[in-house]
Design a protein around this ligand. Structure first.
Ligand SMILES: [Zn+2]
Length: 302
């Protein structure tokens, strides 16, 4: 006998299955299959962390983008060495680690063994510059010296050839004169022709804005370090320098062979270093003096 188990009565449903459910099932399987595939694709994708660095970056504050304040430059220069005070000056500037320039008198290098020794120390020292201050210093007879432009050029050329072939920066003895590019200045007009000849020979003539005066009999400074600082501030604020924000100081190293004057020099340098607005510099970085001009003397007519 066949007993139809109600549980087996699935035909109507089978009929339904075949009649309506097969397409539905097919679509469902397809849908589920696509969903599964998509899930796998997502799972298998490499993990890419979102770049949030840009979001985290703060806008630079106005303080950060503020341009650095340009410092005023001071060129500390010492004339007439090597002599008694030169070693003291060299020791002070090296200990204080400041750049300075020495304008050398050729004859002084050979005047005594002590001076030759100082010359050797100068040549070995770092952070200083050595420039030309003639060979004879006109033997301090300036009017006569500047009457003969050719002999002025020859005198300065001698120091260049014998001692300082690397520089054509010159300071004229006893005269504040300038020949740098378009900067022309002659304090005493009688020396103009001679200084023009130096420029024609390819030399850069470098004067000064402010002198640290001294008593020519006692060889002592006339101004204290504080007085000099006041003068420096005043020259900058009144715009009295040859080139704006650049100030050249003339000092003479023979003045600083005594301890009192040396102390004034050290004090002056230390106080300059503390001033944020100022920085000391070598003369070759003065505006208009280009490194490319250094070799011009070699090709100049003799
Ligand atoms: Zn001099």
């Amino acid at each position: 006998m066949y007993y139809a188990d109600p549980a087996d009565e699935g035909e109507p449903s089978s009929g339904y299955f075949y009649g309506y459910s097969i397409p539905f099932l097919f679509i469902s399987i397809l849908f589920l299959s696509c969903q599964e595939k998509r899930k796998n694709e997502i799972v298998n994708q490499p993990v890419v962390l979102r770049d949030t660095s840009r979001l985290k970056q703060k806008k630079p504050s106005p303080v950060a983008i503020k341009p650095k304040k340009k410092k005023k430059k001071i060129y500390l220069t010492f004339d007439d060495g090597p002599n008694k005070g030169t070693k003291n000056v060299l020791d002070i500037v090296q200990q204080e680690e400041v750049p300075v320039t020495f304008f050398i008198v050729g004859e002084h290098v050979f005047a005594s063994p002590g001076q030759s020794q100082v010359w050797d120390s100068l040549k070995m020292a770092k952070n200083i510059e050595l420039c030309n201050h003639s060979y004879t210093h006109a033997h301090n007879r300036y009017n006569k010296f500047y009457q003969q432009p050719d002999s002025v050029v020859n005198d300065i050329m001698r120091t260049r050839e014998e001692l300082l072939p690397e520089t054509n920066i010159v300071r004229t003895p006893g005269r504040n004169t300038w020949r740098i590019d378009s900067l022309h200045f002659t304090d005493i007009k009688k020396s103009k022709a001679a200084v023009d000849s130096l420029q024609q020979a390819g030399f850069i003539v470098f004067g000064w804005d402010l002198e640290w005066h001294y008593d020519h009999k006692t060889l002592q400074v006339k101004n204290t370090a504080d007085e000099m600082l006041t003068q420096v501030d005043s020259m900058f604020s009144r715009g009295k320098t040859k080139v704006k924000d650049n100030l050249v100081i003339l000092a003479h190293d023979q003045v600083y062979h005594k301890s009192g004057d040396s102390m004034q020099l050290r004090d002056f340098i230390q106080k300059l270093k503390k001033k944020d607005d100022y920085e000391l510099a070598l003369v070759s970085s003065y505006p208009g003096i280009m490194k490319g001009m250094i070799d011009s003397v070699r090709t100049a007519p003799q």
